[in-house]
Design a protein around this ligand. Structure first.
Ligand code: ADP
Ligand code: MG
Length: 554
C-alpha cells in the first residue's frame, strides 16, 4: 500500500520507552546483547522451522548476524537473516510487553529503589535500544512470505508501520534489519573495537557468527560461535564458563556452580548447567518454568522442555542431545521416553553436585542455599523419589546455633534418649524464639529446627524422617520428651507427676471456663516458664499451616 499507519503503544510500553529515552543509566551496553540475542533467536527459529520446510532457507542458508556501524549517518545496524516478522508480528511483538522479564522489570521499578539498575538484571529486551537511539527503524521480511515491512518509532507514544520501499525490500530479502539512529552521547557504538569488546563480553557463545562490517563493507567474525559444551573440560577456562553462563542465561553475575559433562551410551548428550549467584527475576513467576535449553545436534529446539523439576528452575544452561530426532515437536517432548530419561538423569546429577559442593565448600554451598533454599524445599513436597537426598541438602535455622545446620549435624548432636527431630513452623525466627513451646526443649538442651519459609508449612504436612528419626512439630499433638533428661537438677526436682489431684482440679476448672473453644485441657511437660500454651491435635493440621492457609484464603 505504501501509506504509513500510526499505532499507539500499549501503556506499559510507552512507560518503558519513556524511561529508556530519558535514561541516565550508564551501563547501556546491554542493548547490544539484547538485540543480538533476538537475532540469534530468529536464526534458531528459522533453522527449526526449516527442518520441516527446507525451502525457507533456500537461496541463503548461511545464518549470521551482522553489525554495521555507519559513522557518516550515525547509525548502527543489527541485521540477521533469521525468521523475520510480518506486519502483524511487528505490531504484536514490538508494540506490547509480552515477556515476563519486562513485566518483572516494570514491577521492580515500582517496588525497588534501585530503579534503572534493574535494566541489566532483568534485561528489557528490544526496548533497551531506546537507551542509545532516539529513532529506530525495523525492516523485516518474514521467511516464506513475499512482503517486507518497516516499523519506525522515536519512542514516545507511538510507532508507524508501512510497506517497505523497493530499496529497503532489496536490502532485506529475509530476516530483520534494525537501524539505530544513535543519540549524541552514544557515538561510541560506532567504533569497531567498542562493538567487538561488547560482543566478546556478552555474546561470545552465540552459536551463529556475529560479523562486524567495516566501512569498506568487509565482514569479520568477532565471536567464538562455538558450542562450549561440546569441548573437553580441560580446554575450557573458568573465564570461558563465566562468559558462556552470561551469554546463555543473559546474566551479569558469576555462576555459583558449573556442571559440564557428557553422557555416552544408550543415549548421548552434553550438559552445561549453571547455578547463578543471584536469583533470576522469574523465580517467583507462578508458572515455575525452568529455562534449560534443549539442543539436538547443535540445533536449538526449545527452552520449554522442563528438563529439570520445577524446584530446580533457577538452574540455567544447555542440554545438547545426539540421539533425539530433530523434528521432535514441542508437544511430543512431554511424552518422549528419551527426554524422560534425560530429565531424571539431570535432576539426580544436579542434586549430587550440590551435595558435593556442600561437602567440599560449606561456605559456597551456604550462599547457594541462601539464594535458592526456599525453592529447593519445594522438592520436599513434590519429589518423593528424591526426598531423602533433598532433606540431607536442606539447611535449617535452629535453636542451637546462629549458623544454618544440616540434619546430619542435628542427628549427630542428639541428646541421650532423643529419638525424634523437633521443629517449629512460624513467621520469623525472632517470634519463634520467644514461643513458649520451646521451653521444655530448652530445659533439656534439645535442638529445635525453626522453619520460617512459606513452603515449610507444606512439606511438613507429610510425615518426614531422616536417618530413621521422625520429624515432629512442637506445636502439634502430645509431645513427650519423657526420657530426655533435664539440663539442671533443680528443674528436675520441681517436675511433678501430672496426675496429681491438684493438677486435675486446675484442668477441670480451665475446661469449664473455656468450654467448646478447646477440645481438651492437659497437663504437660512442655512448659517450664509459661503457665499454658495452645496446641493443635496430633491428627489435625499444624496451627501454623492453618494460619498460612487462612492467609492465602484456601
Ligand atoms: P524476548 O526476546 O524476551 O521475547 P524482546 O523484547 O527482546 O523480548 O523481543 C520481543 C519479540 O520481538 C521477540 O519475542 C520476537 O518475537 C520479536 N523480535 C525481536 N527481534 C527480532 C528479530 N531480530 N527477528 C525476529 N523477531 C524479533
Ligand atoms: Mg529478547
Amino acid at each position: 500500500t505504501g501509506s504509513a499507519q500510526t499505532h499507539q503503544f500499549q501503556a506499559e510500553v510507552a512507560e518503558l520507552l519513556n524511561l529508556m529515552v530519558h535514561s541516565v543509566y550508564s551501563e547501556t551496553d546491554v542493548f547490544l546483547r539484547e538485540l543480538i540475542s533476538n537475532a540469534s533467536d530468529a536464526c534458531d527459529k528459522i533453522r527449526y522451522e526449516a527442518i520441516a520446510r527446507p525451502e525457507l532457507l533456500a537461496g541463503d542458508d548461511k545464518l549470521a548476524i551482522r553489525l554495521i556501524p555507519d559513522s557518516a549517518a550515525k547509525t548502527l545496524t543489527i541485521a540477521d537473516n533469521g525468521i523475520g516478522m510480518d506486519r502483524q508480528e511487528l505490531i504484536d511483538n514490538l508494540g506490547t510487553v509480552a515477556r515476563s522479564g519486562t513485566k518483572a522489570f516494570l514491577q521492580g521499578l515500582k517496588d525497588a529503589k534501585e530503579g534503572l539498575g534493574l535494566i541489566g538484571q532483568f534485561g528489557v529486551g528490544f526496548y533497551s535500544a531506546f537507551m542509545v537511539a532516539d529513532r529506530i527503524e525495523v525492516v523485516s521480511h518474514k521467511a516464506g512470505t513475499s512482503e517486507t515491512w518497516v516499523w519506525i518509532s522515536a519512542g514516545g507514544a507511538g510507532y508507524e508501520v508501512a510497506a517497505a520501499s523497493d530499496e529497503q525490500a532489496k536490502a532485506v530479502p529475509r530476516g530483520t534489519r534494525i537501524v539505530l539512529h544513535l543519540k549524541e552521547d552514544a557515538a561510541r557504538y560506532l567504533q569497531a573495537f567498542e562493538l567487538e569488546r561488547i560482543v566478546r563480553a556478552y555474546s561470545d557463545h552465540i552459536l551463529f557468527p556475529i560479523e562486524l562490517v567495516d566501512d569498506k563493507g568487509e565482514a569479520r567474525q568477532v565471536n567464538a560461535a562455538s558450542a562450549l559444551w561440546q569441548r573437553a573440560k580441560s580446554e575450557v577456562t573458568t573465564e570461558d564458563y563465566t562468559q558462556a553462563y552470561r551469554s546463555i542465561a543473559m546474566a551479569f553475575d558469576e555462576p555459583a556452580l558449573t556442571l559440564h559433562y557428557k553422557v555416552e551410551g544408550r543415549q548421548s548428550y552434553a550438559v552445561l548447567l549453571f547455578v547463578p549467584t543471584t536469583p533470576p527475576f522469574d523465580l517467583s513467576d507462578p508458572a515455575r518454568k525452568g529455562r534449560v535449553k534443549l539442543y539436538v545436534r547443535r540445533v536449538f529446539i526449545t527452552d520449554d522442555a522442563d528438563l529439570l523439576p520445577a524446584y530446580l528452575r533457577f538452574v540455567r544452561g544447555v542440554v545438547d542431545s545426539e540421539d533425539l530426532p530433530l523434528n521432535l515437536s514441542r508437544e511430543m517432548l512431554q511424552n518422549n521416553p528419551q527426554v524422560k530419561q534425560i530429565r531424571s538423569g539431570l535432576a539426580t546429577r544436579v542434586l549430587n553436585e550440590l551435595e558435593g559442593l556442600a561437602t567440599k565448600d560449606a561456605d559456597a554451598f551456604a550462599k547457594v542455599w541462601g539464594a535458592f533454599g526456599p525453592i529447593v524445599k519445594e522438592g520436599l513436597y513434590e519429589d518423593h523419589e528424591r526426598r531423602a537426598q533433598l532433606l540431607a541438602l536442606t539447611r535449617f535455622s535452629t535453636t542451637a546455633s546462629d549458623t544454618l545446620r544440616s540434619l546430619k549435624e542435628y542427628v549427630a548432636d542428639l541428646k541421650p534418649n532423643q529419638t525424634e527431630i523437633y521443629y517449629l513452623v512460624g513467621d520469623s525466627i525472632d517470634r519463634l524464639k520467644s514461643n513458649p513451646k520451646l521451653e521444655a526443649a530448652r530445659a533439656r538442651g534439645v535442638e529445635v529446627l525453626l522453619l520460617t519459609d512459606p513452603i515449610d508449612a507444606f512439606w511438613t504436612m507429610m510425615p518426614q524422617e531422616f536417618e530413621g528419626k521422625p520429624l515432629k512439630s512442637l506445636s502439634q499433638g502430645d509431645l513427650d520428651f519423657g526420657l530426655i533428661p533435664l539440663l539442671d537438677e533443680a528443674g528436675a526436682k520441681e517436675e511433678k507427676p501430672s496426675s496429681s489431684d491438684e493438677d486435675q482440679a486446675i484442668l477441670t476448672a480451665v475446661k469449664e471456663a473455656l468450654g467448646d473453644q478447646i477440645s481438651e485441657v492437659r497437663a504437660s511437660q512442655r512448659l517450664t516458664e509459661s503457665a499454658a500454651c495452645l496446641v493443635a491435635s496430633a491428627q489435625g493440621r499444624d496451627r501454623e499451616l492453618e494460619r498460612l492457609l487462612a492467609r492465602q484464603n484456601r
